[in-house]
Design a protein around this ligand. Structure first.
Ligand code: PEP
Ligand code: MN
Length: 334
């Protein structure tokens, strides 16, 4: 339920409504916007007499949120959420380009790639230190050493870093290396304890869509993060599983577009994991930004043939440069 206040309602009136809501055992959150002030109400709405609320001073109308997700919906908050990380801003109109290897593999590798993507216009650096691999025999990541190298690459380039969290036990390490943005991967999209604990750190979250998750499940997962009081959530469409087996996944631009309509959260696209092969990455990146994605996360490697994970879908630095050039030419980035 959303209580919309009159344009000229005072702050005291809004606070009084909040007080009444809480007195009835519900949770209220005031959103003071330029266009309107509204109060989001979460809990069993039967506990509250709508007739009483509508008569309170300053109240204009009561809206019911029809979706199962509440705080992530545009019904709850009509204006776009902007997630800021230093000078980087997701959802502010200018797409954010995140680039880097699938996994951090060595100092030389991450430093070469970090400097290379920075020179070519990337805004953030990616790189996994804890890798959730399908096979237990595949490279599992450099763990703490990987986080340390990422922090070192940030120091050298000024690029904020995003890296995947796969266990709550690693949160202290993420704090130690002051990781700028926590990635929650496709395989953990419905690991609700991990979501809640990651959100509690108050660091910005990059939530990737599970490969078989519906839009509703995806948005409900984001709702878990917002419920912990963390509003800095960026969604990521990374491809879904379908009957089509000729590429790794299918970049679901239908859902991306739909989510832009139904949610105020920024959403970026990951053409690398969607395609699974480097030659499709650039066209998919163009398509995603043309569709309205708030940014991209792309895998880039200096030696893809020797990469310990996802080499097949990694762009070399020259191709990343070409992608950035194409995006500029098409006026998709500045
Ligand atoms: C990744 O970003 O390297 C990754 C494992 O992504 P996803 O969770 O989308 O598979
Ligand atoms: Mn990868």
């Amino acid at each position: 339920m959303i209580v919309v206040m009159h344009k000229d309602a005072t702050r005291e009136m809004t606070e009084h409504v909040l007080h009444i809501i809480e007195e009835h055992g519900l949770r209220g959150e005031a959103m003071y916007g330029d266009q309107r002030t509204a109060i989001g109400v979460i809990g069993e709405k039967e506990k509250l007499d709508e007739g009483k609320v509508i008569r309170l001073a300053g109240v204009k109308e009561i809206l019911l949120v029809s979706k199962p997700y509440k705080k992530v919906s545009r019904e709850y908050k009509p204006e776009n959420t902007v997630v800021k990380i230093g000078k980087v801003a997701f959802g502010a109109g200018s797409p954010v380009i995140i680039a880097g290897p699938c996994g951090v593999e060595s100092e030389d590798q991450i430093m070469t790639i970090a400097k290379g993507v920075k020179e070519r216009g990337a805004h953030m650096l990616r790189g996994g230190a804890f890798k959730p691999r399908t096979s237990p025999y595949s490279f599992q990541g450099m763990e703490e050493e990987g986080l340390k190298l990422l922090a070192q690459a940030r120091e050298a380039t000024g690029l904020p870093v995003v890296t995947e969290l796969i266990s709550v036990e690693h949160i202290p390490l993420f704090e130690k290396y002051d990781i700028d943005m926590i990635q929650l991967g496709a395989r953990n999209m419905q690991n609700f304890e991990l979501l809640k604990r990651a959100a509690k750190t108050n660091r910005p979250i990059l939530l990737k869509r599970g490969m078989s998750a519906t839009v509703e499940e995806f948005l409900l997962a984001a709702e878990y993060c917002l419920n912990e009081g963390n509003k800095n959530v960026v969604l990521c469409e990374r491809g879904i599983r379908t009957f089509e087996q000729s590429t790794r996944n299918i970049l679901d631009l239908n859902s991306l577009t739909l989510i832009k309509e139904t949610s105020h959260l920024p959403i970026i696209a990951d053409p690398s994991h969607a395609a699974g092969r480097y030659d499709l990455v650039v066209p998919l990146a163009l398509g995603a930004l043309a569709t309205g994605a708030d940014g991209l996360i792309v895998e880039v490697h200096n030696k893809p043939d020797e990469a310990l994970s996802d080499g097949k879908q990694s762009l070399i630095l020259e191709s990343f440069e070409e992608m950035m050039g194409n995006l500029k030419k098409m006026h998709l980035i500045n």
